[in-house]
Ligand binder design. Sequence first.
Ligand SMILES: C[S@@+](CC[C@H](N)C(=O)[O-])C[C@H]1O[C@@H](n2cnc3c(N)ncnc32)[C@H](O)[C@@H]1O
Length: 364
Amino acid sequence: MLDLFAGCGGLTRGFIDQGSFDGVGGVELDRAAAATYAANFDPTGLHTYTGDIAGFTNVPSVDLVVGGPPCQGFSALGKRDPTDVRNQLWRQFVRVVRDSDARMFVFENVDRFAKTLEFQRLRDAAGEGGELADFRTQVFRLNAADYGAPQKRVRTVIVGSSIGPIAEPAPTHARRPAEGRDRWVSLRDAFAGGPLVLELPVRAERLPDRSVDFQGGEVPGAFELRELHVTRNYDLKSLIRYAHIQPGQSRFALPDELQYPCWRKHTKGAGDVLGRLRWDEPAVTIRTEFFKPEKGRFLHPQWENGGEQINRALTHAEAAVVQGFDARHVWCGTKTEIARQIGNAVPPPLARAIAQPVAERLGA
Ligand SMILES: C[S@@+](CC[C@H](N)C(=O)[O-])C[C@H]1O[C@@H](n2cnc3c(N)ncnc32)[C@H](O)[C@@H]1O
């Protein structure tokens, strides 16, 4: 398989874990993300193309192409802006699928992608009269929590195939346990029973001072998951704010004098801002700035209740665990770059579930 817009390689991780696939290479614009992909799947770095996909012309022959281009900027149906360069990314995906002679592809994106013009065009390209005329597409709307990740993250997944359809990836978990399906994995399960984190002290601020050589330059890393258990230095006023917010609550729980001035006027909307997670549920969708409580529902779920109150956002290590990564995955880049890689990734448990019926169709 070939991974386009590979990021840190969440898709590749899940597909390799399924057991039928070998990663033949990755294409990624961001140097730190490319270094992470290489550190995990391509030790020589020779099969990682670091740069704009438009320049990736030496396309290997593969069975499967997977990829999830960045989601910002997809135009809403009806709003055509052919000059928006980001609209070209799905075209590049189609080009590489064609040039690779792949028999199948998997295209992942945000939930709302299914309502965009690019979605329609991608489906049109894979079908009669299109550039991928031999292909037919299936669209799945999948929640990572249904596949064992401790996170509610709904994604649109388009599977293209020139060799027949696949079965819908079989959910293993459900909000309420049902026949053959366990209960969603909660944060408590993930952190307490998980590979690492709660036993470790949280490091103040900095990642270890180390770097790795990647394609002729240095990139910070490679860091192990436990080394990503880092937090920020919060000012006192922020800490006082966080101390008011119980699990499931958000900025609306703050007394008036602790509201940010800009919030006072906005009593509606952005309800998840400064939100605290709940122990007994999966997390909400992790985004690229999960380390800033002001950006969403990212406060650690521990709030008194018999234990120490933890007034900080999730650490990078906790966010990676919420995304379904384990201690095998190593990370390269600065704190901000690694957070972006984590927030952008396809949860490996979801990727692994998609890989299963794809492997069956390919006869792998
Ligand atoms: C949503 S992330 C992909 C995450 C990945 N599928 C995973 O599971 O970890 C999209 C990635 O596309 C990369 N990207 C954006 N524009 C690109 C371009 N023109 N060529 C190659 N990669 C690009 C971004 O740097 C980002 O890492």
